[in-house]
Design a protein around this ligand. Structure first.
Ligand code: ATP
Ligand code: MG
Length: 398
């Protein structure tokens, strides 16, 4: 092995569902590799190449392995990652590499038993997989001295992957989030509040490959500047996964005041929600977003009963994605913890929905009654004015 090779660390990245996409497979893999390349660029000298359905990342050994793993594991479309050792595809080279590799694992983790899992992607390789396993196992036993084989419950599974020309030895398969590469599934406008739900909903759509843009409504001065900063912070946490994106900030207060002046109190919430949707639809059309995304969840609050969701839906003609619709609150909270938005979401700032909250909101609104109430308002003008007054903020990964 040359000095040059020794200075390199290698990561095998497995594409999740991307591998199932038939004719589109190269496209998905290219999008995934591009995204990984983009994220790793700032860490230093790193190459990202596709080969036989896998992505190989090669990095200068000076770069922190943990940092590289952390970056790659945030990329949607990644099923798993393995830091690996590479060698020529000969039994001798594989045996030697496996021994060196296991010596390091013994030092790092104090393992006592192991088992080899061998696989040949190169079917012309003269030794069959079970024999590769046995022979490399014997080489490791001999070379490391202190280990035993345990085929049922080993401390360490040593994978040997024999490919054309080169082979790989590795131990960990660090799971990624799966999903599909960003940019492979259109663009959606997410209605982003400062709550727990909408950041998770946004993340879930981005995980399926959707590019994101977001809108946030406030009711300044009833809601504070701090409440908006909280949303910007949440957006920054989401941008870690879905890349830099635009946040449209809208003052909803003029709309809310007109509703409160002219419409029945118990309808306030549902009417406000319909306006949010329509303002969102307009922004979506201006920005090339094909759908809206909300954190709504069946039955969670009065405005999310089956009837209320129908009346909300009827306000717009573009599709509304509600990826959390069937989840329980605890599951949504777990997800928020996992993706890192929970702590910010639970900070107690007011939301525009809590301004002018009716004492007894309708839980089974009727569309014709709601339309009759809206006929007392100049909806188009209110929506246009709201959109015109938007503030646009570019959000960068936190
Ligand atoms: P969240 O935790 O996401 O705030 P929620 O359970 O509090 O959700 P609602 O307040 O009824 O529910 O809001 C439902 C959805 O409407 C939110 O998930 C979000 O998509 C959208 N929404 C609510 N308030 C705002 C806001 N101020 N700005 C943008 N979107 C909002
Ligand atoms: Mg909310």
């Amino acid at each position: 092995m040359s000095e040059e090779m020794k200075k390199e660390q290698i990561f095998i990245v497995r594409c999740g569902e991307t591998a199932l996409k038939g004719m589109n497979k190269p496209y998905f893999e290219r999008m995934l590799a591009d995204r990984i390349k983009k994220l790793l660029k700032r860490l230093g000298d790193i190459s990202v190449k596709r080969h036989e359905g896998l992505i190989f990342v090669r990095a200068d050994s000076q770069i922190d392995e943990k940092l590289i793993l952390k970056e790659i594991s945030k990329v949607f479309g990644v099923a798993s990652i393995s830091p690996a050792a590479e060698c020529e595809s000969t039994m001798e080279a594989i045996g030697k590499t496996a021994v060196d590799y296991m010596k390091k694992v013994i030092d790092d983790r104090g393992i006592k038993t192991f088992k080899v899992e061998a696989k040949r992607a190169d079917k012309n390789f003269p030794v069959k997989s079970p024999d590769i396993g046995r022979q490399i196992g014997a080489a490791v036993l001999k070379g490391c001295g202190v280990l035993k084989v345990d085929v049922h419950n080993p401390d360490c599974l040593l994978y040997v992957d024999v490919r054309h020309g080169k082979s790989y030895v590795y131990q960990d398969k660090i799971p990624g989030f799966g999903g599909l590469p960003l940019g492979t599934n259109g663009k959606g406008l997410s209605l982003l509040s400062g709550g727990i739900d909408s950041p998770v909903a946004t993340w879930m759509m981005a995980k399926r490959g959707m590019m994101i843009e977001a809108v946030h409504f406030h009711s300044y001065p009833y809601t504070s500047q701090r409440a908006q900063e909280k949303v910007e912070e949440l957006a920054g946490l989401l941008a870690v996964y879905c890349g830099r994106f635009r946040l449209h900030v809208i003052n909803l207060l003029p709309v809310q005041e007109k509703i409160v002046e002219n419409c029945p109190e118990e309808e306030t919430t549902i009417l406000v929600r319909r306006f949010m949707m329509r303002i969102g639809e307009k922004i979506a059309k201006n920005t090339g977003c094909g759908m809206l995304i909300t954190g709504e969840n069946l039955g969670q609050v009065a405005s999310q009963t089956a009837e209320a969701l129908c009346v909300t839906d009827a306000s717009v003609s573009i599709p509304v994605m509600r990826p959390l619709i069937g989840l329980d609150k605890v599951d949504i909270m777990d997800k928020a913890q996992e993706i890192g938005t929970y702590e910010v979401s639970i900070r107690p700032y007011e939301d525009c929905c809590t301004v002018f909250l009716p004492k007894h909101p309708v839980t089974k609104p009727k569309l014709d009654k709601i339309l009759a109430s809206e006929s007392r308002l100049d909806c188009e003008a209110l929506i246009d004015r709201a959109v015109e007054s938007e503030e646009v903020i570019d959000i960068y990964p936190a």
